[in-house]
Write a protein that binds this ligand. Structure first.
Ligand code: ZN
Length: 287
């Protein structure tokens, strides 16, 4: 099977989508649901096709009524540029979708009402997806940006805190402007749940990033950054300071005097092969 066609087998519908389909049956809003479904589907396929193009491992494409999630088996070790393209590939689909629909309307193939509905759905999906709230595309861009300036672990925590802040402002807006809109509340609940899960999984997410760094392909680092650490700090504390896409040397000091320099692989080896996550790095020097 062609690898792009194989992506279709990874499409799953979120339970909320079935719920909405049920509501559509009762309220005869089939057309709206179909249009919404098609837009979300193409948006997610945009992410997946570009990811496939970079040979990422695509886990599944989950479709929700108000957007979707293209889940990847990648943990923060792909080049910055690839991640940026994969993330932007979703929102970029709306450009040609809207452009195409506009042409169809101009040539009288699409009625004005349908064009308007299509346009509004596209705008709503893009606007929602670009909110800097995890796991929306805007949240992913925020995380990517933070990893440029902060260690991976700190960037991940900060990203969740910023996401919560933006979400609470958005909740205020919903209460004030559209408190009766159930679909917006469904989105809010979904995002609150996703953020809570992401926060809870923080240690595993950092661990996966490090494991992938240890076992995965080496040599895609854009920059070299030495890390100076006290000999009393644990191996885990030091690994927690690793940056995405940057190669590290670890300079171990005691009372401001340099004691040893380790390559990052030596530390990763100590952590994962020798299971010495909780010992002070100083112990690695003396045996
Ligand atoms: Zn997206």
């Amino acid at each position: 099977m062609n690898k792009y066609v194989a992506l279709l087998t990874k499409v799953h519908l979120h339970p909320l989508f079935w719920l909405l389909s049920g509501l559509a049956v009762m309220t005869a809003h089939f057309k709206q649901l179909f249009i919404l479904f098609s837009i979300v589907f193409i948006h997610e396929l945009g992410h997946a096709v570009v990811a496939q193009r970079f040979s990422w491992r695509v886990k599944r494409i989950l479709l929700l009524p108000f957007g979707g999630v293209a889940e990847m088996e990648e943990h923060g070790n792909r080049p910055f540029r690839e991640e940026l393209f994969v993330t932007l590939a979703g929102p970029a689909q709306h450009v040609w979708l809207v452009g195409g629909a506009l042409l169809l309307w101009k040539y009288d193939i699409l009625s004005f009402a349908h064009w308007q509905l299509f346009f509004h759905y596209n705008v709503a999906i893009v606007a929602l997806n670009l909110l800097p709230v995890w796991p929306l595309d805007g949240g992913k861009l925020l995380f990517l940006l933070l990893t440029r300036f902060l260690p991976f672990s700190r960037a991940h925590r900060q990203m969740i805190i910023y996401s919560y802040a933006v979400l609470f402002v958005a909740i205020g807006g919903v209460c004030f402007l559209a408190a009766k809109q159930l679909d917006l509340w469904a989105i809010v609940v979904f995002l609150l749940f996703s953020l809570w899960k992401e926060w809870k999984h923080h240690p595993y997410i950092v661990m996966r990033f490090l494991l992938e760094r240890y076992y995965g392909k080496k040599g895609q680092y854009a920059k070299w950054r030495p890390l100076t650490v006290e000999e009393t700090e644990t191996v885990w504390n030091v690994l927690d300071k690793f940056y995405r896409g940057q190669k590290h040397s670890i300079i171990v000091v005691k009372q401001a005097k340099e004691r040893a320099i380790f390559d990052e692989n030596e530390l990763l080896h100590a952590a994962f092969a020798d299971k010495q996550l909780n010992i002070p790095v100083g112990r690695l020097i003396y045996g």
